[in-house]
Design a protein around this ligand. Structure first.
Ligand SMILES: [Zn+2]
Length: 254
């Protein structure tokens, strides 16, 4: 594998279009760099992207990038120093013309499921904090197939899964608006609600906060649906005890 820092070296951070519009299925942009790995695979960097990289509790998007001179299937999206790197299988031609206009499209069905799961994750988190206690420290989460979950530190004696599902699905049925806001570090404390472990946040000039209207507002760089009604039905599939905490596993259905 080619070193990611070599691929990103000297490039500006990528303009991530999905941060303001998660519903973009395709876009036109400019090819900035291609670093081949083999004759048929390599790494593409573009000025803009609609694809979410692996990380931030989400799986990588997949899709395609093409121009009149090449066609590539995006297998995995990675990130280094703010530069989004598309690992591709090149199926036709070669993406060697830097500065060339390219079109990018996303595997939408897969992404839309992740959007529903990610918003569901924020809702389940709210339900857990409500049911178990607001001082609970969340530790890790993953919003995507095959298994979505939110994890917390500490022990629980008992957790009512039916109640968690009920609280969660009430929010889904209430069709609450979901939207991002950008705030400064000073404003963050005023805007955020329902995120108990803020001290773990990196130090940034601006933060993106995902607001589920009337429910919570959590710093997050992920892709979300615009209305809780789009989530479908939330199913709490189980609770797993971990060495130093517990995991609440959930899924969404139609
Ligand atoms: Zn999130």
């Amino acid at each position: 594998m080619v070193n990611l820092s070599t691929i990103a070296s000297g490039l500006q951070p990528t303009n991530r279009l999905y941060l303001s519009d998660s519903y973009l299925k395709s876009t036109e942009t400019t090819l900035l760099r291609y670093v081949p790995e083999t004759r048929k695979s390599g790494y593409i960097v573009t000025r803009d992207t609609i694809m979410h990289p692996k990380g931030g509790a989400q799986p990588s998007d997949t899709g395609s990038i093409e121009s009149p001179s090449f066609r590539a299937t995006v297998k995995k999206v990675l990130e280094h120093s703010g530069v989004v790197i598309h690992y591709c299988e090149v199926t036709d031609g070669a993406p060697t013309l830097e500065g060339e206009k390219v079109s990018m499209s996303i595997d939408w069905e897969k992404r839309y499921l992740v959007m529903r799961l990610h918003t569901a994750g924020h809702i389940v988190d709210h339900a857990v904090l409500n049911e178990v206690g607001h001082d609970l420290l969340s530790s890790r989460a993953f919003h995507g197939p095959p298994e979505s979950f939110v994890e917390y530190m500490g022990k629980i004696n008992r957790i009512d899964l039916d109640l968690l599902a009920e609280v969660s699905n009430e929010i889904v049925r209430a069709s609450k608006r979901v939207y991002p806001v950008w705030v400064s570090r000073e404003e963050l404390w005023r805007v955020v609600s329902g995120a108990p472990n803020m001290e773990r946040l990196p130090s940034l000039e601006t933060y993106r906060v995902i607001v589920v209207e009337g429910v919570n507002a959590i710093p997050c760089g992920g892709t979300h649906v615009a209305n809780t009604g789009e989530v479908g039905r939330i199913v709490i599939t189980g609770v797993k005890e971990l060495e130093r905490g517990f995991r609440v596993i959930y899924n969404v259905t139609e």
